[in-house]
Design a protein around this ligand. Sequence first.
Ligand code: ZN
Length: 348
Amino acid sequence: MTSDPRPALLRAALAAAECGWPVFPLRPGDKRPTGHRDADCPRTGRCTDAHQTPEQRATTDRALIERCWQHAPYNIGIATGPANLVVIDLDLPKDDTDTPPAEWAQPGVYDGADVLALLAERHGQPMPVNTRTVQTRRGGLHLYFTAPPGKTLRSSGGRIGWKVDVRAWGGYVVGPHSTVGGRPYTVLNPRLPAPLPAWLGDLIAPPAAPRPTARTVLERRVVHANAYTARALRGELEKVLSAGEGGRNRAVYMAAFSLARFVASGDLSEQAVAEALTDAGCATGLPAGECRTAIRSGLTRGSQRAAGRPAATTAGGASNGRRPKAALLGSDPQQPTIPVTTGSRSAA
Ligand SMILES: [Zn+2]
């Protein structure tokens, strides 16, 4: 018999609650909440009036937590929204075939941490690692931040980048000392959560901008160019405007990549291309911040191609193209490194 895991889990649940983070029980050894789903709700007990989601059930009440975790070795769900937390969840690829899509396919980009580093670099910001960090059971990272005042950020999966999930309102994280598949979630950096960097907040919930229509985009943007350039610009704008929801970011990136040669030849200004593509991207509903990031990235890569250079990464700088992972883990050399090999990973 192994020792009773309940006291340690109870202590961890109480520790989270003492930080003001409401917790709720997850099934023992599992990431899923206890209890029934909305679809199976009996509308009795705590759900008499309406189904109570885990986010609504989550509590910081010491007595309730003690009663719950004395009952069974539940894992710990931290309700990020009510906890005023935004957790950036940096995942690892599932297997060797799980490789970054075109927008993120650069030397040195292997996982969510690399994508966040690339995003930080594109925004001219340091990698936001000086904050509470929890290592997930597969070796991914949870970076904890306090939510910006006056902004309600929602959870999302992969929207700001490949393998980068956001856990905020409508989501939760598995707290440290929970164990899934026999492997624990552990605290790598115990400091208090830092405030969410503003650029990340803008990326998660871009400031609202008026949405131009597809027609005004074309009318406004294709007037001041020679016929050949205008045709190319119109063609790229139309591709962006007709992109489906899943392909908008890539369409903007590809358009910028393609139009970079007109910037290189002096037929279009970089500003004109950026403004036109931002307009077009926003007209499809893509947030302006995402447009700008895709445009910057596409223009950079496209101009490298136009100059006849191989499309080298602008990122990293390590001679093997790999981003130094140690930077992620702060200055403590004793901290474990993030596994980057894909061979040893078992299924989720
Ligand atoms: Zn219910």
